[in-house]
Design a binder for this molecule. Structure first.
Ligand code: RP5
Length: 163
């Protein structure tokens, strides 16, 4: 099956964060693609990627970026697909800059903004699973199973002194 989820990021340096998104999508078996698309360094590519995404069959785009993180917002400006924004932890301002750049969208052009760093990257994949799960029951079932196993692993090992 062709990709349902597009995972884009502003730089290869974002991969250490965004690899957690890809890993979770992989774990859930959701077809996805991964590519670097920079709002500032490759703006024309960003426009064509966002404009063509729906016609290529993508259902949701996860965009990770750090610093002046314009990628998710500009992507949202060029497509009606849901955009999940992941603020990458920047070295100078610990990702607060990324978070604020992504979260403060003007009314009318939404970006669903996740937490800074790994938690946001993982949760973006889970949210994407939730979105595609409406259309594809098999991914809904996989997501449900993941959540049940997660709950079970906490309940089965409640002693904080044990690994
Ligand atoms: C952003 O600038 C990227 O998303 C990245 O987080 C940040 C730094 O990019 P590099 O200079 O490491 O390529 O556009």
């Amino acid at each position: 099956m062709s990709a349902l989820v597009g995972v884009i990021m502003g730089s290869k340096s974002d991969w250490s964060t965004m690899s957690h998104t890809a890993e979770m999508l992989e774990k859930l078996g959701i077809p996805h693609e991964v590519t670097v698309v920079s709002a500032h360094r490759t703006p024309d590519l960003l426009f064509s990627y966002a404009e063509q995404a729906a016609d290529r069959g993508l259902r949701v785009i996860i965009a990770g970026a750090g610093g002046a993180a314009h990628l998710p917002g500009m992507c949202a400006a060029k497509t009606h697909l849901p955009i999940l924004g992941v603020p990458v932890q920047s070295s100078m301002l610990s990702g607060v800059d990324s978070l604020l750049s992504i979260v403060q969208m003007p009314a009318g052009v939404p970006v669903a903004t996740l937490a800074i760093g790994k938690a946001g990257a993982v949760n973006a994949a889970l949210l994407a699973a939730s979105i595609v799960g409406h259309e594809f029951p098999e991914y809904r079932a996989t997501l449900k199973k993941f959540r049940e196993e997660q709950t079970r692993s906490v309940l089965d090992n409640p002693d904080p002194r044990k690994a």
